[in-house]
Design a protein around this ligand. Structure first.
Ligand code: PLP
Length: 398
């Protein structure tokens, strides 16, 4: 049968390619950082990693990982509840709840798994999930695995959320779920309003802090810190794969009884391997670092403000952002691709996003700032934007 199947696959692949949607991977030869070496040997400035705090190649995290490799070995070869829990895993869970001001936490192999395993154990067909239309793919998949009734509201649209909450009054329990930061625009969920509506319409709230943890809020505790809601949100999910060192791992943290039930019933927790000891140890060191200083958050916030203001002054159309994501709007898909390619020639690695990843005619370059960027590097990036913008006729010659 494979010959026939192969013909089918080849056809699908060529459709993807002719639609201009074929994804290629760029090979990096160096550690992740502000400067990376790509496969042709060229060094470029990296403005498209989730390395918000510059921890991906941090000496202290590497030292903690190396030490744990010696003391705790390489892998666990087990799920948590059989024989895959070391002191390090428990300690990391404690650090996560301390960081977010929550009651308990449970680790997963990734946030994709945390979101995949959170809804189905907690809710049934008697209940309702009310979800932001721009929530991450892993939330959408997690909701699909659960039998609860599904309601959707347009991105951050609080009138629509209220309407959906009214419709959902017939169900037993209601859960509102939102990303903390939406990755395409960099906007923050209006969690203050969501929390009020949840109180008014008898619902609980879940926030995925993957892009916001470590970044948003004065000390980087995420959207719950920004809106003064620390400890009040029932469920928070997040990743160790972005600001928090970028290795691997995800978590759910929040109310104790919720975490307890997840340990009993959450399938990606019960049926998938524990994270490696060295990753747990580096995670612990990272959270300890966060306890002692906000230096990296402050640097990141400064860098973002500096970059956004220089880009606006230069005449670029920037989406309002409350995170370390800066969407430079170009609207046209071809232009976004051409722009990103020319930026790479200038030694700046940024990525163009266009339909279907963002709405039609909303193409953009997404810039991700990092605490690891120096002022000189930020200037180089802005200069390359200006040069390219003039070449492509976007900016008037100033
Ligand atoms: C990146 C991301 C995830 C996935 O995290 P992983 O740990 O890489 O699986 C989930 N949710 C959101 C909102 C994300 O941005």
């Amino acid at each position: 049968m494979f010959e026939r199947f192969k013909t089918h696959l080849t056809k699908v692949l060529s459709e993807i390619e002719s639609a201009g949607l074929y994804k290629n991977e760029r090979i990096i030869l160096s550690p992740q950082g502000a400067v990376i070496r790509v496969s042709d040997g060229k060094e470029v400035l990296n403005f498209c990693a989730n390395n918000y705090l510059g921890l991906s190649n941090h000496p202290e995290l590497k030292a903690a990982a190396t030490e744990a490799l010696e003391t705790h070995g390489y892998g666990m070869s087990s799920v948590r509840f059989i024989c895959g829990t070391q002191d390090l895993h428990k300690q990391l869970e404690t650090e996560i709840s301390r960081f977010f001001g929550t009651e308990d936490a449970i680790l997963y192999a990734a946030c994709f798994d945390a979101n995949g395993g959170v809804f189905e154990p907690l809710l049934t067909e008697e209940d309702a999930i009310i979800s932001d239309a721009l929530n991450h793919a892993s939330i959408i998949d997690g909701v699909r695995l659960c039998k609860a009734q599904r309601y959707r509201y347009a991105n951050a649209d609080m009138d629509e959320l209220e309407q959906q909450l009214k419709l959902a009054q017939q169900q037993r329990f209601r859960l509102i779920v939102t990303d903390g930061v939406f990755s395409m625009d960099g906007n923050v969920a209006p969690l203050d309003r969501i929390y009020e509506l949840a109180k008014q319409y008898d619902a609980i709230v879940m926030v995925d802090e993957s892009h916001s943890a470590g970044v948003v809020g004065e000390t980087g505790r995420g959207v719950t810190e920004l809106y003064n809601l620390k400890g009040k949100i029932e469920i928070i999910t997040g990743t160790l794969g972005k600001a928090f060192g970028g290795a691997i791992g995800g978590f759910t943290t929040g109310k104790k009884e919720i975490i307890d039930l997840l340990r009993q019933r959450s399938r990606p927790y019960l049926f998938s391997n524990s994270i490696p000891p060295m990753v747990a140890a580096a995670g612990i060191r990272m959270f300890q670092l966060m306890e002692t200083t906000n230096e990296l958050q402050e640097k990141l916030h400064q860098n973002t403000a500096y970059f956004v203001s220089k880009m606006k002054k230069a005449g670029f159309d920037i989406k309002p952002t409350a995170s370390a994501i800066c969407a430079v709007m170009l609207y046209d898909a071809k232009l976004a691709q051409e722009f990103a390619a020319r930026m790479l020639d200038e030694g700046i690695y940024v990525v163009g996003f266009y339909y279907p990843v963002v709405p039609k005619d909303q193409a953009r370059i997404r810039v991700q700032l990092s605490a690891a960027h120096t002022a000189v590097q930020l200037d180089q990036c802005v200069d390359a934007f200006c040069k390219t913008g003039k070449e492509l006729g976007l900016l008037k010659n100033k």
